[in-house]
Ligand binder design. Sequence first.
Ligand SMILES: CNc1nc2cc(C(N)=O)ccc2[nH]1
Ligand SMILES: [Zn+2]
Length: 372
Amino acid sequence: MSKFSFELAATDGKARTGLISTPRGDIRTPAFMPVGTAATVKAMLPESVAATGADILLGNTYHLMLRPTAERIDRLGGLHKFMNWQKPILTDSGGFQVMSLAGLRKMSEEGVKFSSHIDGSKHMLTPERSMEIQKLLGSDIVMCFDECPALPASEEEVAASMRMSMRWAQRSRDAFGDRPGHALFGIQQGGVTQELRAESAEKLREIGFEGYAVGGLAVGEGQEAMFGVLDYAPDMLPEDKPRYLMGVGKPDDIVGAVARGIDMMDCVLPSRSGRTGQLFTRKGVVNIKNARHADDPRPLDEACSCPACRNYSRAYLHHVFRAQEMISGMLLTWHNLQYYQDLMQGMRDAIAAGTFAEFQKTFHEERANGDI
Ligand SMILES: CNc1nc2cc(C(N)=O)ccc2[nH]1
Ligand SMILES: [Zn+2]
């Protein structure tokens, strides 16, 4: 069984490029993880997700524990076999989604009691149960069970929440046990308060993890506040371990996060937007629903290698979206995921070549405002 390791290959300013090696394959960083919530990246076959260049995808503990349950996936050979994705999988802890999706929640030091949003059944998530679920799923990178405070929150509330998350981080570490080739990532909390972020980072370093996430962001604080935290928070985390920014983001969020030292990100935006007709291109966002595309014979993005851009016109993509044909979600999701992976590849190349500043300049210059 080979081990889990991270090698930095090059840096350019605070931007970094490297490789995470796992028994199930390597992850080129900076990396974007498509979200495969219910054991599927919606509207995509796993081989199509791999074809976009994704080295790893994210699975959601909250959804899978409710349906089909982690025990059933384990009996069927684990999540990789179940969903036919043999590359690495990172699973979140369920903590974030239980607070945003479940009903009748009761928080305590022990964990969170809640009712399923699917059938109202009663469940309990604790650091120990979250580790057990993620182990049953067989994920390669496991996230600590934590609490991501919802905004608005006072500094006192953020401090108390962060300190509970740090106690939960210790319990997660203790329950994770010794699993060669698998990684447990700690999650830094502390809102937008530098002293609290530092306290959290110190506690996580003390416990010791194979990787470190910056949590508590992309919860409505806005890009300026998020970048303000990212100007100092990643540097508080061990330099030789992967740094994962949770739930981010729009393309310009991603470029700004990589510029501030982030190595991994995940977001539902490219897949969710694909289904709603919001398409990311090198020149900005195209809303394919707009009538002006009805007769446009051009490809969506002539620089893109995805099936939507190689084989179809904007007129066709407009038509199948308006008709809500199934092929629409397939083609538009594929395009957006391809765009995100091409963006990551462009950044990895630029950092390796020492031209990341030029990459950022071109990225911002190319993007017109609004629809194109
Ligand atoms: C979509 N935004 C987002 N922020 C997140 C924060 C966390 C966290 N654990 O702090 C997890 C998932 C998140 N997703
Ligand atoms: Zn495309």
